[in-house]
Design a protein around this ligand. Structure first.
Ligand code: 26Q
Length: 835
């Protein structure tokens, strides 16, 4: 046979794109086995199910890849405007189940696994949570990226790839013990390292002024100690729409020349140590969810995120447009998740001026038209301030720019309110005092065109209180965006039986249009439907008990009222008020006041910041009360109490589906929004709550009859402070008096005298910021109403259905729709079909 040369195109080192992969059960099974044997190098003798999980995850990831690539091509081709969500936290939880759901491949995958003799559920439990966040703010970011992909919006998340996420919590003798969360130990199949996109971030050094050939003045930031930021990309699939967006997380790494310099100086060990200090930056998530503590490492983290992300975006811009920034503001938008990344305001100015030669006014025009800031807290102690001294040492050039922004801003204030020096001092980005401080929230407001709160009440309080002066100056900047949760993870995925019942009743459009749930309301009066609803809830309660069996270590009656408070432990959230009620129930049992009793199982869960002594002591109190109650035969079925250790995203997926009563009992005016409240409501729990955060909107949506309201309003709270007298309240309330007496008598700490003294004192203090005693009576009454309502199972189930039916507003699809309509103004980009 004559030799026939192969037809070839010009040789290149690049590979062409792969044709689409199959979703057929047999092909999936083959790929799972191939990944298990080839990619992961395991064989049939390997015991751990982890690598079976990893093989499945890789098989699913392969299918995401082509959609991911096509989505990114589409963004490039359409040259669309893009938004960037900058956040120090993305609390993603597990990825596999969500990817299966959003790709719509649960069925063939379960089939493939079945043929291999494996149960999907077993594999799913092998994935460790990506706990790269503290709580609400971090989980909100995760729900947001899900909704952005589902709405086909070109939005990218930027965060940090912490080596250690939120600590793991153990309970020993009732005390919280923290353990490091080395979540990457076995690798992370969901991330793709992109070393080719590494950027350099500067720290330290000093600034120099020099004149250009045309005598224009420029600034050089020199003698810096640089750190590299290496991106790791995680795919974020939309719900069955072909779109896959990107979450880009930065890992800090040492530069090569850094090592070399030290090495040449003969200090090899020193060079490795220096490498270490660079890599420390992305080592660990700070586990405080409220008060900042001014640590240098935290500022380094914030700057690394801001600088690396902005450089990444600008590099992309320059590759396409060269040094022409005239349309940059029309094509880019940055959403700042609280003040944590707000240094981006000054960093964008620096990059545009020092690295791209723009004059101040042009750079400012771009910055103040692209930055948008979301506030998540009213607690004054949570407002970020950084000492000017630390700033000067770590980021001297950035500090100069902040001073210049401030000078120009204060000139504007002075011209609007001539001679009002108080106002200038109040509004300055620099707080004067023993030690000058940069007020990061003010930097964010001045540099942004949009400032939003996260629930109606919270946004109003921001405008009237914390940011009053700024609202007076720029009312048009302020707006509200009530939080939400993604209905994919928080209903379709975590509550498959309820989801199936809903879909069988009203169709499945609710998954991407949650207002459709409203169609369930008429069924609340249908006895058949109610019965099926009740059975699903009951099964979910059993699933919860089964899942937490080891941790509960007690018999729980699934017919009892499951009364649940899971969230970070914080005084303003008032887990203590809940404990006081539990003690009151115990006291009623002990004195025989149990006529018309409702059996109740009270569940707590949540982590305390390791340095927050009071919060940790509250955990101890919960556990000690649980020990006494559960150990007392008189309580038997009537009352059970448990603290569920290591509360996290994957735990909430089980807990929210199995709850009857959702505790949302913060001191009014303190919880910005809350999002756990929405997860419970969507899964058919009723809320007992104050008029705080999004509780107000939840009650509005579901109706006052289907919500157990108690407590002072935010306004009443502020008015009550002046004459607050908890001593008199305790004296005047027999129930509270007895509860306090049990506590003070050491009834719950017989072997550890004195450990609850500080807690007792906090309740009795006229300066108790959380007014716990003030709301006790009203809370106990609301709990009585809830208990009575639960005794009428039909009535309760009716209210449960109405809660789910009214939860449509609390989808992040609605929230993101509003961000996009009012702030980002992006066009959706349809994904090209893969087939
Ligand atoms: C700041 C500086 C240094 C170290 C840590 C921090 C820090 C970290 C996390 C400060 C605050 C947080 C987290 C705040 C948070 O989760 N806030 C919650 O945000 C939710 C989403 O908007 C709201 O629903 C909650 O009401 C709010 O408490």
């Amino acid at each position: 046979m004559p030799h026939k040369p192969l037809a070839r195109s010009k040789p290149t080192s690049r590979l062409p794109d792969l044709p689409p992969l199959s979703f057929k059960k047999a092909d999936l099974a083959l790929d799972i086995r191939r990944h298990f044997n080839c990619t992961l190098g395991r064989n049939k003798f390997h015991k751990s199910a982890y690598y079976s999980y990893a093989a499945l995850a890789l098989t699913v990831r392969d299918r995401l890849m082509e959609r991911w690539k096509n989505t990114q091509y589409a963004y490039k081709d359409t040259d669309c405007k893009q938004a960037y969500y900058l956040s120090l936290e993305f609390l993603m939880g597990r990825t596999l189940g969500n990817a299966l759901l959003n790709l719509g491949v649960e069925e063939p995958v379960e089939g493939a696994l079945h043929d291999l003799g494996i149960a999907l559920e077993e594999l799913i439990d092998n994935e460790v949570d990506a706990g790269l966040g503290n709580g609400g703010l971090g989980r909100l970011a995760a729900c947001f990226v899900d909704s952005c992909a589902t709405l086909q919006l070109p939005v990218m998340g930027y965060g940090l790839r912490y080596e250690y996420g939120m600590f793991r919590q153990h309970i020993e003798n009732g005390y919280q013990i923290e353990e490091p969360d080395h979540w990457l130990r076995n690798g992370n199949v969901w991330e793709i390292e992109r070393p080719e996109l590494t950027v350099r971030v500067r720290f330290g050094g000093h600034t120099e002024y020099y004149e250009d050939h045309d005598r224009s003045r420029h600034v050089r930031w020199v003698d810096t100690r640089d750190v590299l930021a290496v991106p790791y990309d995680i795919p974020v699939p939309g719900y069955r729409n072909g779109t896959v967006n990107t979450l880009r997380l930065w890992k800090a790494a040492a530069t090569d020349e850094f090592d070399l310099n030290e090495f040449n100086a003969g200090d090899y060990a020193g060079s490795v140590a220096a490498k270490n200090s660079a890599e420390h930056i992305s080592m660990v998530l700070y586990p405080n969810d409220a008060s900042e503590n001014g640590k240098e490492l935290r500022l380094r983290q914030q700057y690394l995120l801001a600088s690396a992300s902005l450089q990444d975006i600008i590099r992309k811009w320059v590759a396409r447009h060269g040094e022409d920034f005239s349309t940059f503001a029309e094509k880019n938008c940055f959403q700042l998740n609280d003040t944590h990344p707000s240094i981006a305001v000054a960093e964008l100015m620096r990059l545009l001026m020092d690295e791209h030669d723009l004059p101040w006014d042009e750079a400012w025009n771009i910055t103040s038209r692209t930055m948008a800031y979301t506030n998540h807290t009213l607690l004054p102690e949570a407002l970020e301030r950084w000492s000017v001294r630390l700033f000067r040492q770590l980021l001297p050039r950035v500090l100069e720019i902040i001073f210049e922004i401030n000078a120009r801003f204060l000139a504007e204030v002075a011209s609007r309110w001539p001679g009002d020096l108080d106002r200038i001092a109040r509004m300055s980005l620099i707080e004067e005092g023993d030690e000058q401080q940069v007020r990061m929230a003010y930097l964010a407001i001045v540099g942004s065109f949009s400032v939003n709160g996260v629930a109606e009440l919270h946004s109003n309080l921001l405008q009237q209180g914390l940011f009053r002066d700024f609202h007076e100056l720029w009312p048009h900047k302020f707006n509200n965006k009530t939080n939400g949760i993604t209905p994919r993870r928080w209903l379709a995925w975590c509550n498959p039986d309820l989801a199936a019942l809903i879909t069988a009743t009203i169709g499945d459009r609710w998954i991407t249009d949650l207002s459709e749930l409203g169609k369930l309301a008429p069924y609340a009066d249908d006895p058949d439907f109610r019965e099926r609803w009740r059975q699903v809830k009951r099964a979910n309660k059993e699933r919860l008990v089964a899942h937490k069996k080891a941790e509960l270590a007690l018999e729980v009656d699934p017919d009892a009222l499951f009364d649940v408070q899971v969230k970070r432990i914080h005084e303003y959230k008032r887990q203590l008020l809940n404990v006081l009620h539990v003690i009151h129930l115990y006291d009623r049992i002990k004195r025989g006041d149990t006529a018309n009793w409702t059996n109740r199982c009270v569940l707590f869960g949540g982590k305390a910041a390791p340095g927050y002594v009071m919060a940790k002591r509250i955990i101890k109190l919960i556990n000690n009360v649980a020990t006494v109650v559960n150990g007392d035969p008189a309580c038997d079925k009537l009352l059970k109490v448990a603290f569920l250790p290591n509360y996290r995203v994957s735990a909430m997926e089980i807990i929210s589906a199995g709850a009857d009563l959702s505790e949302q009992i913060s001191t009014a005016g303190k919880e910005a929004s809350g999002t756990g409240n929405m997860k419970f409501m969507m899964n058919g729990a009723l809320t007992i709550g104050t008029l705080d955060g999004a509780n107000i909107e939840i009650r509005q949506e579901v109706g006052a009859d289907n919500f157990f309201l108690f407590g002072l309003t935010a306004e009443e709270v502020e008015a009550a402070r002046a004459h607050y007298d908890p001593g008199a309240i305790i004296e005047g309330n027999e129930d509270l008096k007895r509860v306090m007496h049990l506590l003070e008598a050491g009834h719950f700490n017989q072997f550890e005298p004195g450990i609850f003294d500080a807690i007792v004192q906090s309740v009795k203090s006229p300066w108790d910021p959380w007014l716990t005693a003030a709301d006790f009576q009203s809370y106990v009454q609301a709990q009585r109403r809830a208990a009575e309502a639960y005794r009428d199972q039909d009535g309760w189930t009716r209210m449960s259905i109405l809660n789910t039916a009214a939860s449509g507003k609390f989808s992040t699809d609605r929230t993101i729709g509003e961000y996009n309509r009012d702030i980002w103004k992006l066009e959706p980009v349809p994904a090209p079909s893969v087939e």
